[in-house]
Design a protein around this ligand. Structure first.
Ligand SMILES: C[S@@+](CC[C@H](N)C(=O)[O-])C[C@H]1O[C@@H](n2cnc3c(N)ncnc32)[C@H](O)[C@@H]1O
Length: 290
């Protein structure tokens, strides 16, 4: 071997032992990579476990509604409040024309109404159902402003259900101040939160017409509408007006926080002289934004 060549080799060996050899660097990086990969694998397993447990937990939790869902709910809540106010501030005839033009608005009103009712601890319709079950199933009923006809679906009695729109073959669509029933043909007339129109006395007049003598008149209304301290009607004045129409008072129930109940019976004999009845104004029941 030539002298110069051996010196060159020695220098190269020295250089290699001082500086970080390429292979070592790659070994180290390979080994680091292996450890990192192992750690990553462990982390991934941990993460997967975490994801699985949190996925299971979130499956149990009710899904948080998206912004879009919230906006939709807000919008439909707004539509409901607008329709509700409309029903309380127009006549039955106007309400009938309004929904006839756009029956889809009726569904919108009712889904909002169901939402509101879901916050009530007790529904007045259930109190009426219970009352009916305590009486003879042979009594014929007229449900004025029946909504989804829950009453008819809950009892054995023959029920004529009336509302502005009919989404069910059992519901007769009409303005309830003018039903197709014969005079003196039913035993019980029910108004469950349905004295909405500004001409509500016409609805009660219609009930008086279709009820048999001694027939029952059951009225459930939102309590605030009969609270004189907050601009509501005086319940005694309301009772007096109903009596002037040809009914006798049987009882009142103020025990519920949300609604009150009036029970009347149609008088056997009606006054031949019709006198001017002083009806108190019934303020609208406007629902707050939740
Ligand atoms: C607040 S909801 C109550 C529905 C049902 N009675 C209940 O308790 O679930 C009042 C209902 O009365 C109906 N209504 C209001 N005015 C009416 C009228 N003039 N003729 C027929 N239905 C009427 C409305 O369309 C609505 O369905």
């Amino acid at each position: 071997m030539k002298e110069g060549e051996s010196r060159k080799r020695k220098r190269r060996r020295r250089h290699n032992s001082n500086s970080k050899p390429q292979d070592q660097e790659s070994y180290q990086s390979k080994s680091t990579a292996k450890t990192t990969a192992k750690k990553h694998k462990q982390d991934t397993v941990k993460n997967n476990e975490h994801h699985q447990t949190s996925a299971a937990a979130s499956a149990k939790r009710p899904k948080p509604s998206s912004f879009l869902d919230k906006m939709r709910a807000r919008l439909s809540g707004g539509h409901f409040r607008m329709l509700n106010e409309k029903l309380y501030t127009c006549t039955g005839k106007e309400a009938l024309d309004y929904f006839n033009e756009n029956p889809a608005l009726f569904d919108m009103y009712h889904s909002g109404y169901q939402e509101q009712m879901s916050h009530w601890p007790e529904l007045p319709v259930n109190i009426i159902v219970k009352w009916l079950k305590d009486h003879s199933p042979s009594l014929v009923i007229a449900d004025f402003g029946c909504g989804d006809a829950r009453l008819a679906k809950s009892v054995k009695n023959k029920v004529f259900s009336f509302d502005l729109v009919s989404n069910d073959p059992s519901v007769i669509a009409c303005d309830m101040s003018n039903t197709p029933l014969n005079s003196s043909s039913v035993d019980v007339a029910v108004f469950c939160l349905s004295l909405m129109g500004i001409n509500f006395p016409n609805y009660l007049q219609e009930a008086q017409r279709v009820l048999k003598p001694s027939g029952w008149l059951l009225i459930a209304e939102v309590k605030s509408r009969f609270d004189p301290n907050t601009g509501g009607a005086d319940p005694n004045k309301f009772s007096k007006a109903v009596c002037d129409l040809g009914f006798a008072p049987v009882s009142k129930d103020f025990s519920n926080k949300m609604f009150i109940m009036f029970y009347f019976k149609k008088k056997e004999k009606q006054n031949s002289k019709s006198k001017e009845i002083e009806w108190p104004e019934l303020k609208p029941c406007l629902y707050k934004r939740r």
